[in-house]
Design a protein around this ligand. Structure first.
Ligand code: C5P
Length: 227
């Protein structure tokens, strides 16, 4: 059972703002659990693809959201692997196709509702770092510390380009920029849980900042640790 007394740090922001990298680093430094909520939406999107579901069939997607088994584990190198229905789908989940499918199904209110309890169940002692779009606004509105990360769209496209290039995927910066802008617009304009900062979130613009500098700024927001 999720425990409301367990501290939560939420890190929300648009795609490519560095949420994932920063959240995982901060969680490791603090020794807290980590929730990559985007991976849940991506996993449902990928499972829907495997089952050949129509992305317009809300009922089938909701059933898929309830039925899909999603597991996380760390590999020997310390990287997070995501298991979908028992298969390691980490690489497939990171593709732009999976991101676009996730963004489409994430706009369906019943799919979001189906994933709510699963996300809240990650709140376990000694603490949770939760990364996504609506962590501070909808899933953990009572979080003690909320961050909203941004970066210029151009820099986000460039980061994504470098990540994919390292993995040998052939893409263009212009193509990525278009996809990022389209996904931002869809995430910000949907009627349920649109991408927007919580009123009490601290904004950090990561344009031109290295990972360590952002991690330091986030850690400085937390109350000093005792013991
Ligand atoms: O963060 P990531 O890029 O993996 O998320 C993929 C998609 O899942 C986002 O574009 C967004 O539409 C959706 N998402 C969401 N709410 C979250 C996390 C992700 O709607 N908390």
């Amino acid at each position: 059972m999720a425990d409301a007394a367990v501290p939560v740090l939420t890190i929300d922001g648009p795609s490519g703002s560095g949420k994932g990298t920063i959240s995982l680093r901060v969680a490791r430094i603090l020794g807290w659990h980590y929730l990559d909520s985007g991976a849940l939406y991506r996993a449902v999107g990928v499972a829907a693809g495997w089952a050949d579901l129509d992305l317009g069939d809300a009922g089938a997607l909701v059933r898929c959201a309830f039925d899909t088994e999603i597991g996380f584990r760390e590999d020997e190198g310390g990287d997070l692997r995501v298991l979908v229905n028992g298969h390691d789908a980490t690489a497939e989940l990171r593709t732009e196709t999976a991101g676009a499918a996730a963004s489409a199904i994430a706009a369906i209110p019943e799919v979001r509702a189906a994933l709510k309890d699963r996300q809240r169940a990650f709140r376990r002692a000694p603490g949770l770092v939760a990364d996504g779009r609506d962590m501070g606004t909808v899933i953990f509105p009572d979080a003690g510390c909320k961050v909203f990360l941004t970066a210029s769209a151009e820099e986000r496209a460039e980061r994504r380009y470098n990540q994919l290039k390292d993995k040998g995927v052939s893409v263009t910066i212009d193509g990525l920029l278009r996809e990022i802008l389209a996904r931002d617009a869809r995430d910000a304009n949907r009627s349920v849980a649109p991408l927007r900062p919580a009123e009490d979130a601290v904004h950090i613009d990561t344009t031109g900042l290295g990972i360590d500098a952002v991690v330091e700024r986030v850690l400085a927001l937390l109350p000093p640790r005792t013991g």
